[in-house]
Design a protein around this ligand. Structure first.
Ligand SMILES: NC(=O)C1=CN([C@@H]2O[C@H](COP(=O)(O)OP(=O)(O)OC[C@H]3O[C@@H](n4cnc5c(N)ncnc54)[C@H](OP(=O)(O)O)[C@@H]3O)[C@@H](O)[C@H]2O)C=CC1
Ligand SMILES: O=C(O)C1=N[C@H](C(=O)O)C[C@H](O)C1
Length: 254
């Protein structure tokens, strides 16, 4: 994702890339970030040390890298966009605490289409929650073979939003195997598929007795996430401290 953020930001006159950060052991350190992204050099080497002053930081990394990023941004009062998924509960608490000091946009998907589909999913759950015969919700996500976390942060967010609309006692069930018995009414099932270079696809199945609805949202490439993160970075300029999400950035009601 870092490569795509650099590529899109370097084509946007509203951005000046002042640093591209990776960990100290990355073999590409010292190489020009534009060239690493597959474009013309931009005069910014990939580095492991943080610059003194920046207007905004965009984080697509690993949960283990995020703590240092949050601390650095808080120390320098720098607005932060967090796109990394697979965070622990402790890290979520840390983010919430940091947002009392700096403005942060935090979302498991920066994609416009995904965030809009989340709103549609909420609407379907709201409408069908009490449908005759009961409603079964299953979430199937597909991603590339390199993805480190499962299910995706987006799938979990879909489940959280839908669960809130359905019941206070929604169970989140990951996969299904063996003599599982009859499906309970209050569970949401998650299924994580890892195949090739899939840039991200989510299907939410709302199953009833006699008919079903499926919401499917799929990326054709990863630029929807990079573009969303850049939009969030712009939106954060001049915002007061606080924790925001992509519904806020996109003007979709939270
Ligand atoms: N919110 C959204 O819209 C999206 C979120 N994501 C999430 O973003 C994250 C990154 O995804 P992706 O780019 O595919 O993953 P990659 O593994 O390709 O990239 C992660 C990068 O972070 C680097 N890294 C590792 N440790 C550190 C550190 N301590 N400090 C700085 N950088 C570090 C890695 O280096 P090295 O390879 O050397 O370990 C690597 O270059 C994932 O959590 C993914 O789920 C992805 C797409 C969209
Ligand atoms: O790792 C990815 O690729 C993606 N991760 C995010 C997630 O976990 O939801 C967002 C997107 O689906 C791509």
């Amino acid at each position: 994702m870092g490569r795509r953020v650099v590529a899109l930001a370097s084509e946007d006159t509203e951005f000046q890339i002042v640093a591209a950060i990776d960990h100290a052991g990355n073999p590409l350190l010292g190489q020009d970030a534009g060239a690493v992204a597959g474009f013309a050099p931009i005069g910014v080497p990939l580095a492991s040390d943080w610059p003194e002053e920046v207007d905004v930081v965009i984080d697509f990394s690993l949960p283990e890298a995020l703590n240092h990023c949050i601390e650095t941004c808080v120390e320098a009062s720098t607005p932060l966009v967090v796109a990394t998924t697979g965070l622990s509960d402790e890290q979520k608490t840390k983010l919430q605490a940091a947002a009392k000091l700096i403005p942060i946009v935090w979302a498991p998907s920066m994609s416009l289409a995904v965030n809009l589909t989340m709103k549609l999913a909420e609407q379907v759950a709201d409408t069908l929650g009490d449908v005759q015969g009961g409603l079964d919700v299953e979430i199937i996500e597909r991603h590339h073979r390199f993805k480190a976390d499962a299910p995706s942060g987006t799938a979990l967010k879909f489940g959280e939003l839908i669960g809130k609309k359905l019941s206070d006692e929604t169970l989140h069930v990951h996969g299904r195997e063996g003599h599982t018995g009859e499906r309970t009414r209050n569970e949401i099932g998650y299924h994580a598929v890892r195949v090739g270079d899939n840039p991200g696809e989510h299907t939410i199945v709302f199953g009833m007795l006699g008919e079903k609805i499926e919401l499917n949202v799929a990326a054709s490439n990863r630029d929807c996430y990079a573009a969303g993160a850049l939009a969030a970075a712009k939106w954060l300029q001049g915002r007061p401290k606080g924790l925001y999400n992509m519904f806020d950035v996109l003007g979709l009601e939270s």
